[in-house]
Write a protein that binds this ligand. Sequence first.
Ligand SMILES: [Zn+2]
Length: 300
Amino acid sequence: MGQRRTLRRAVGCTGIGLHSGKPVRLDLKPAPAEHGIRFVRTDVGVEIPATLEHLARLDHATTLSRDGVSVDTVEHLLSALRALGVDDVRVEVDSPEIPVLDGSAAPFVILIHEAGLQAHQTPRQVLKVLKPVEVVQGGKWARLSPADHLRVSYTIGFDHPLLRHQAASFRVTEQTFVEQIAPARTFGFLRDVETLRKNGLAQGGSLENAVVIGETGVLNSKLRFEDEFVRHKILDAIGDLALLGHPVHGHLEASKAGHALHAALGRKLMATPDAWSLGAFPALPSFDLPRLPGLAAEPA
Ligand SMILES: [Zn+2]
């Protein structure tokens, strides 16, 4: 049976928030068994568990809040923590938003790798999907159905000549996450940037941390994957599923969905008691995380 895992030592980095544009210091610290993933706003002394109960806004990023205090844009970090099997961790930030870094989850993979992983004595439980659950909103939908591992299959389509249709499907393992999913960056359309900025969003956005799609092409020099956009949606979905509090064994299929629909699906699953169960998790293969080239973590 697998055991819950935490970090071997504390690690940290600094960056800016994608939406706030504000500087932020992030520290990931080891935590005791059953602590779960918890965000701590050290500037105001508020601790926010990463659970569906603490979900707040879901428009352009996933925001958690408690007692009127929030942490924005948690999804990329949550995605890396969940995919690499970090069950118990204290995530400290001194500002309201997780740093965007390069817009992907790759820098968080590096941080977790630098920290190393440590097993607790406590067994880990997995949330097994027992029967399909689905949410539909207009032309958008998301569904979870039974599988003996986590698979995410995603389709996106936009009213834009460069992104009419893109689809990808991955069995989510440490290996596929690190190599195929984590490096995929946040993306946005140039035509939306002005509106986002007027609404106080994307203040920290730049070609350093997002792929920007213009009318005739991508403004960045090159893509990391031909289908980087849909891979990033898969990254986001894994992060949002982490709010269920356990590794999930199920097949998530989604079409044109986003944070709000991911959360609605999670809530519907929880509200359907015969659609899931908690059970023992099979042993994980190893603690050796694949390395990404060219990125280094800053020691805490
Ligand atoms: Zn994202």
